[in-house]
Design a protein around this ligand. Structure first.
Ligand code: PAZ
Length: 325
């Protein structure tokens, strides 16, 4: 049995190394690294009461899987980024600094109450050279701009965009290695919908795949699971929350329990595709807590009670650790 386990973990390590070695390098990795270092340094200095600040990395939106190196086509998924954007607002309210690792073009924090296409829907012309925000959108737009600006300018919100699975995993690794300096004050809240299968860069067509030669035959391989390595090597003391999404209610909690044990997560948040905005279940080793949106209010969301619960659990985790000097 032991030798099987060893072989399995060796294979995974090799797969992870090969994934990173063969991925196209991040175009802006020096800039991302600089921004991360500054952000972590600023938020790891003690607060007034001598405690280090809490920092959470919120991942949000879906990763794409390119089918060609000069990408024309890609595989995508359903994720809108609502969960990550809304959770970011509540984490900021709860006193966390947030690294928001998000898919380009998906929902953004503080923008929930403004129309999807604010540029076209919120403005009206005063004359030929001036436009202003329409009155019915003014309060929401002003609040979004002010809250967003305050969070970024006060060094509490760092936004890092990704598109592909290659960018996402490279950036997650960079963030985790930086956040390792925060020890248990760091938290990962992994709400992004990450592709399970991908086309390895070296076996990907360089140019646009041509049609006209019959069905497309393509081999997708499994994306190496990075959660275990995040927990074990990249940021072993950080508090880790992952999400489990299913469409079949019957297997959801069982799969969440499996993820909790397999990847040694502190919490797995289980949700069903159709009801994900109404209810989630917070799964830990000894409890399963259903969390609901407050249905008596139209503007409520499930992330409000969810983040309160998770911030409390993170606090309990911190209190359970031997005091650090
Ligand atoms: O992004 P969104 O608000 O539309 O959906 C959120 C979610 C369902 C992607 C998230 O809650 C989640 O479950 N993420 C992990 C998905 C997975 O099992 O890979």
């Amino acid at each position: 049995m032991a030798s099987v386990d060893c072989q399995e973990s060796a294979a995974t390590e090799a797969e992870i190394r090969s994934f990173f070695e063969s991925a196209p390098p991040l175009k802006n990795s020096a800039e991302v690294g600089r921004n991360l270092d500054e952000f972590i340094a600023r938020n790891s200095s003690p607060c007034g009461d001598g405690r280090a600040n809490r920092v959470v990395c919120v991942t949000s939106g879906g990763t794409t899987v390119p089918l060609e190196q000069r990408c024309v086509r890609y595989i995508d998924n359903f994720s809108s980024g609502h969960r990550g954007a809304s959770s970011t607002e509540y984490f900021l309210k709860s006193g966390y600094a947030v690294i928001f690792l998000y898919r380009r073009g998906t929902c953004q924090p503080f923008c929930q109450s403004i129309p999807d296409d604010p540029f076209l829907e919120c403005f009206e012309f005063v004359d030929k050279s001036q436009a202003k925000v329409q009155e019915q959108h003014a309060i929401a737009v002003m609040r979004a701009i002010n809250d967003h600006r305050a969070a970024v300018e006060n060094g509490l919100l760092l936004k890092l965009p990704f598109t592909t699975i290659f960018e996402y995993l490279q950036m997650l690794q960079m963030i985790a290695l930086s956040m390792n300096k925060l020890g248990p004050y760091g938290m990962f809240y992994l709400a992004a919908a990450v592709s399970d299968f991908f086309v390895p860069w070296q076996s990907m067509a360089e140019h646009k795949i041509q049609s006209g030669s019959g069905p497309l035959d393509m081999r997708l391989v499994q994306v190496p699971k990075m959660l275990a390595v995040l927990r074990k090597e990249w940021a072993p003391l950080a508090y880790c929350i992952s999400f489990k999404l299913e469409t079949d209610k019957k297997i959801l909690l069982e799969k969440a329990d499996m993820a909790l044990a397999k990847y040694k997560m502190h919490v797995v948040v289980a949700n069903e595709l159709l009801t994900r905005k109404e209810e989630v279940v917070v799964v830990t080793h000894n409890e399963k807590i259903s969390v609901f949106r407050d249905k008596s209010r139209n503007d409520s969301d499930v992330e409000d009670p969810l983040i309160q619960l998770l911030a409390g659990k993170h606090g309990t985790y911190l209190a359970s650790l031997p005091k650090m000097k």
